[in-house]
Design a protein around this ligand. Structure first.
Ligand code: HEC
Length: 236
């Protein structure tokens, strides 16, 4: 690798020198080697990758300015959960390399680790993940319930409507449990549309809830994440 780079560098120097003879005005920076050709190496022990329905993929991906991956490669741990993976030819438009879940449009849904390409050692970016719980329900708990819901639903002593959305309690409080403040079941596995959880957090519902939840979750990616989880069987 080093050797190849040296050869390229030498030829660039020569090219620069030759051009320099013809016309001293050729800007020097044209010959600066950018990040294109950067390689990212992922190692780690990842569980839960297979808990995601087919609309999603656990990937190692490169992102530029937008929420959509410029490049990505599927992460599929072996039977023991071990992963060794390389993402090659990362272009200069990539700013971060992430272990994340993207949807079918390659839009970022959940990120487990993000590294700036500037932190590359030579031409390699190392993502040593250690242990990662990439389970879908864990992502919903960490990403949505903990930050947006648990403060009213069970984090302190009381839980609004008797619904616990705090860590370790949410699943038992949601799945196949009757709602207390409206008619219906909180989460009906396989049927998001009829689940009270879905109705409460989506706009335009006809529930007569005493406290409006509209606008609490504004990200369509997050709203869809909950629907996909319910429709895939609401597994833990
Ligand atoms: C500011 C406090 C607050 C926050 C934050 C909050 N809720 Fe609520 N939630 C309530 C109250 C109060 C009720 C009961 C309303 C009533 O009795 O009519 C309720 C009821 C519900 C119900 C109906 C439960 C049942 O059994 O009737 C669901 C489902 C629900 N919330 C989900 C959520 C989710 C998901 C979030 C996070 C996105 C969230 N809530 C955030 C206060 C809150």
């Amino acid at each position: 690798m080093m050797k190849k780079n040296n050869v390229i560098f030498a030829s660039l120097l020569m090219a620069a020198a030759l051009c320099g003879c013809d016309d001293g005005s050729v800007p020097r920076k044209e010959y600066v080697i950018t990040h294109s050709g950067l390689t990212a190496k992922l190692t780690g022990h990842i569980t839960g990758a297979d808990s995601w329905p087919e609309y999603y993929q656990l990937v190692l991906a490169g992102f530029g300015e937008s929420e959509y991956a410029v490049t990505q490669v599927l992460v599929s741990p072996d039977a023991d959960g071990n992963v060794t993976l390389t993402l090659t030819d990362i272009g200069s438009d990539v700013q971060t390399v992430e272990l994340c879940v993207t949807n079918r449009l390659r839009r970022r849904v959940v990120t487990y680790r993000s590294l700036d390409v500037a932190s590359a050692v030579g031409d390699t970016l190392y993502l040593d993940m250690g242990q990662v719980d990439a389970d879908m329900y864990t992502a919903i708990q960490d990403h949505i319930f903990n930050s947006t819901c648990a403060q009213c639903h069970g984090l302190s002593t009381s839980a609004a409507a008797g619904l616990y959305l705090s860590e370790g309690h949410s699943y038992a409080s949601l799945v196949n449990q009757p709602a207390t403040s409206v008619e219906g079941t909180r989460v009906i596995p396989g049927n998001a549309d009829e689940s009270v959880l879905h109705k409460v957090i989506n706009p335009g519902n006809e529930l007569n809830l005493g406290f409006s939840h509209e606008g609490m979750i504004t990200s369509s990616t997050d709203l869809r994440l909950i629907d996909e989880w319910i429709n895939a069987g609401a597994k833990n």
